[in-house]
Design a protein. Structure first.
Lengths: 415, 415
């Protein structure tokens, strides 16, 4: 089945609002066996919208539209669909009653303009919107479907998740694309390419390799009639990869470095503290993006000046001798973090976020210190691009190096 | 002049790669006097691409396309434009020579497939691409223009900046849209609406009001023949707004809360320290996203547990009596940050990031403490949506409240 996605609203053409709904649907369609032909952002222009719906309706079996369902004169999605299909718009009494109930439940009189949200065409059934006043439309005719959803992300997301996906699953679909992403860290794309060369170049399952901020992703994509068949096709390739590069794999699919670190700390019943200079709290913040992280994360220091580093237990002579941006200071920061806060593991990050250089070291020079009961070690990273990206990548690498250490130490304990 | 933007490449439809080129052009077009009709992401499908170029060519004077200029069989932009305009593709000897020079300069033999990058149609002139092997196309015919640019962001950006914009400026254009954004904080959209009601509903300049994560934005948009005329139209409205809500305005256009805080600290030659619980370092990290922030930001604490809060100087009885999530503890955290680190201003943030509630307080309950030589005060925020958003909004509000305080204290000093 072929689909087209429309994002409707002039504000999307001003570059002000980023259209996250479309990209979200795009990532979900392959697993639904739906092939996406185009994503289109359109302004509030009845002529353009009508043409767009008409041509997509002729070309593709499915059109997924968000936006343009509000109560104002600018909200023209309903009118455009009606004109494209040549069907009349009429007020639906049941929808009108729901609209009035929605407003009275908020002890408000319904603005007359909201009547616009109570209309239907013969081929459309309303899709309830528990999070807003605008119902969606499911339009079905001669095997073609238009789904019209709200543009407000949380309203869209709920409607997509709870009501649209279940209906799409009932439609006749082609082959599903089932994928499995294996996330690795610590080896270059080309080195990985050599190690796994015999797995590339196959049709089904297809193996793709992608360089991402959190390492190299290996993606196995299988074309199958159902999930089970897809899994059967993927499994042997996945197992072969796990056999060849076991130590490089840190996660799968949607897993994040901060989640994996959290799991490792939970599993080993250990705790964590941080001391950050160039990342300046972004590491601590990323760790606590995981719900329940208070179970293993104790706290941290942001030591942006040498005075503060020294006050928090980094030996002044060390800074004098090696500079604040050094492996020695990174390890001392990690040690100080764990002893001051009383945690099993400590991480220290010091480096040059840029744009200028510091202590004669170029932007992107970052030292990651790791400390535990058994000692301390550090990793040197040379990162590129701008200040934000250097901070972000330092955090990712610190998390992945920490996870590796936790597993090592735990393994030592066990053996 | 009306324009349409095409982003070409099947990878854009997988939701893996985000199309930043299109949004970038969209933000630049209004000031060029060009009205954008749609943004379209299209796969590598010759039929779809040809239809898209043909219909856009008929409808709009300008089509801005990126992507599909590579050397492989999937790169079909050139073929699609040729078919849409009914013109033959022929190899251009000058382009071929350039291509060969490009490769020999890298001591490489040109892959035969790269001949695809040496073709032209009669209506096209090549646009040099100093950063890559694929030249762009400027196609002009009967007053309509198609610009074809590379999809690789840095290649696209340079070509747009150095070669496309200058050519666009030479074209007959309609009125320019000059805009000025006034960023406010501390009053609701509806209250603002009442205060400024007499300024809304005008045609030129038009005043728009937008609720954003960093407060309410007022956007004045003027239709003018040139920048100067635009400024002249905008100024009186801007001054009227500044007269009516002077205390609510925190910035203009691209300014960020962290930049404004940095400027205030610089101007008053004062320094800052932080202690964070629910934002867990995100405040410190955001402050240091500004280059040179080490001039005024000393450092901070991430006190994720009560033990760590107490260890850093928050009185235990206070936590026992009022709970860790309270105005009292927020102010104590701000004071402790300031005194422990030796800074003029201290900020403390404690709250419930969610998803669960804590100490019987719902997610989104956040207390922001501010401390300075003269004392301490706190603000209570009730924020919504998910964990990340609550953290992000807490940081924004903390920064804007801090800026307000710095200016007050500085003003007291002066008077």
């Amino acid at each position: 089945m072929h689909a087209e996605i429309f994002a409707i609203g002039t504000e999307l053409l001003m570059g002000e609002i980023v259209d996250t709904n479309s990209a979200y649907m795009a990532t979900r369609l392959p697993a639904l066996g739906i092939e996406l032909r185009q994503i289109r952002a359109l302004g509030d222009d009845l002529g353009m919208l009508t043409d767009a719906f008409r041509s997509a309706w002729q070309r593709s079996e499915l059109v997924l539209a968000t936006g343009g369902l509000g109560p104002t004169q600018d909200d023209l999605t309903r009118e455009a669909i009606a004109q494209a299909l040549g069907e009349p718009l009429t007020i639906d009494s049941a929808l009108k009653a729901e609209q009035e109930a929605y407003w009275s439940s908020r002890r408000l009189a319904m603005p007359p303009s909201n009547l616009r949200q109570s209309v239907l065409i013969p081929s459309a059934v309303p899709i309830p919107n528990p999070h807003g006043s605008a119902p969606g439309w499911w339009v079905e005719k001669n095997g073609h479907v238009i789904v019209s959803m709200p543009g407000v992300p949380h309203e869209f997301y709920q409607m997509w998740q709870d009501q649209v996906v279940p209906r799409l699953l009932k439609m006749p679909r082609g082959h599903l694309l089932i994928s499995r992403t294996i996330k690795t860290f610590g080896q270059s794309e080309s080195a990985m390419d050599d190690t796994l060369h015999h797995l590339f170049g196959k049709e089904n399952p297809y193996l793709g390799i992608y360089a991402k901020p959190d390492g190299i992703h290996l993606r196995i994509i299988a074309k199958a009639r159902n999930k089970e068949e897809g899994k059967r096709l993927i499994e042997p390739v996945e197992q072969e990869i796990e056999r060849l590069i076991p130590d490089l794999i840190w996660g799968y699919d949607d897993q994040t470095p901060e989640e994996r670190v959290g799991e490792a700390l939970r599993r080993t019943k250990t705790s964590l503290a941080t001391m950050e200079s160039c990342t300046s709290g972004l590491l601590a913040s990323t760790i606590t993006d995981v719900p329940g992280s208070s179970d293993y994360f104790r706290g941290g220091f942001v030591t942006y000046t040498n005075e503060v580093k020294i006050a928090q237990g980094v030996p002044a002579p060390l800074i004098a001798q090696y500079g604040a941006v050094s492996t020695q200071v990174a390890e001392a920061m990690a040690q100080a973090a764990r002893t001051n806060i009383g945690a099993d593991f400590g991480v220290g990050v010091t480096g040059v976020a840029g744009p200028g250089e510091s202590e004669g070291k170029p932007p992107g020079t970052v030292y990651i210190g790791l400390a535990w009961k058994g000692g301390a070690r550090s990793i040197t990273a040379r990162l590129r691009f701008d200040r934000q990206l250097i901070k972000r990548r330092s955090v990712t690498q610190a998390l992945l190096e920490l996870r590796r250490l936790i597993n090592e130490v735990h393994h030592e304990r066990l053996t």
